[in-house]
Design a protein around this ligand. Structure first.
Ligand SMILES: *Cc1c(COP(=O)(O)O)cnc(C)c1O
Length: 309
């Protein structure tokens, strides 16, 4: 059933695929697609199908996510953090998932699942300190290592600290894709795969002339008119930009299931309101919402999704 509940997120999986192809071509190294958190809200299973033949592997937070996303159906390996101590090497192997490990006892335990070392270059979370790299590599018989890099130095340190150990290395997520020095043997983007692949719209439920202070907080519409749209903070919305009949407008106040917007003279109930997409970028929305682009994308993509025909 095509959902007519709003806000509605249209997901363009072809765009996700094109983004991956462009990244692979521009970087010239292997591409590991980050599909954690249900592919940032876009739907991990469909993202995996769209990317299966254009990427070299997948990255998830946990084995459970990889199982839900059915990465096993592809012939590409998936990397997942070995946080859950109840998961065995056999569990990982049977799903073609390689556990990311950061201490020697766990490396020994999961050795049969070809564990991958995660090195701490600054994040200070789920990662191995520099001085224990050799111990863990030996314990797990590792042939691959990575770090969660936020600056080019992090990639440089990974390369220096792991030099001469015969390890395949990767560090760069979306923010370092343009930095050749950070590319190493593979790149590992999430956000960059999903850019411009989500269009979110809703509908004007009411449109009226403003008569004095309005809503919960008593805002006064700058246009002298205001409307109410379907979707409030329970759908992840926040005050910020939107677009109605070709004009930039503002979402001024969010209630639980509806929000107030400023509107123009001829805007009327039933009109489409664009919240993300067209010329409204994720960066612009995130800035107005005072959240990261990752958070803005997740909030918006995960609402009443459907694939763009
Ligand atoms: C989430 C994540 C990424 C992807 O980050 P983006 O900024 O979305 O590209 C890469 N590596 C690890 C380890 C991650 O957790």
């Amino acid at each position: 059933m095509r959902s007519n509940r709003f806000p509605l997120a249209e997901i363009n999986f072809n765009r996700v695929r094109e983004n991956a192809q462009r990244i692979a071509q521009a970087t010239g190294v292997a591409l590991i697609a980050v599909i954690k958190a249900d592919a940032y809200g876009l739907g991990a299973r469909q993202v995996v199908s769209a990317l299966a033949d254009v990427v070299d592997g997948f990255y998830c937070f946990s084995l459970h996510e990889a199982v839900d996303a059915q990465t096993r159906e592809t012939d590409k390996p998936t990397l997942a953090l070995a946080i859950d101590e109840t998961i065995s090497a056999e569990d990982y192997r049977s799903h073609n998932v390689r556990p990311a490990i950061w201490d020697a006892p766990r490396a020994v335990q999961l050795r049969a699942a070809a564990p991958v070392l995660i090195v701490d270059t600054g994040m200070q979370r789920f990662a191995c300190p520099r001085e224990r790299i050799d111990d863990v590599v030996r314990a797990g018989d590792c042939d691959e290592a990575f770090t969660h890099a936020t600056r080019v130095e992090h990639a440089r340190w990974l390369r220096e600290w792991c030099a001469g150990k015969n390890l395949r290395l990767h560090a760069a997520a979306s923010s370092l894709l343009d930095v050749p020095e950070a590319r190493l043997d593979a790149v590992r983007p999430g956000l960059a795969l999903y850019r411009d692949a989500v269009r979110v719209t809703t509908r004007l439920l009411e449109a009226r002339d403003t008569n004095g202070p309005t809503g919960y907080g008593g805002f006064v519409s700058a246009t002298g008119r205001h409307g109410v749209i379907a979707g409030g903070f329970t759908a992840g919305l926040r005050p910020g930009p939107c677009r109605i009949n070709g004009e930039r407008r503002r979402i001024v106040e969010c209630g639980m299931q509806t929000s107030f917007v400023e509107i123009g003279k001829s805007d009327k109930a039933g009109d489409e309101v664009v919240i993300l997409g067209d010329d409204l970028t994720l960066e612009e929305v995130a800035k107005a919402w005072i959240v990261t682009p990752h958070e803005a994308l997740w909030r918006l993509a995960s609402s009443n999704r459907h694939a763009q025909p």
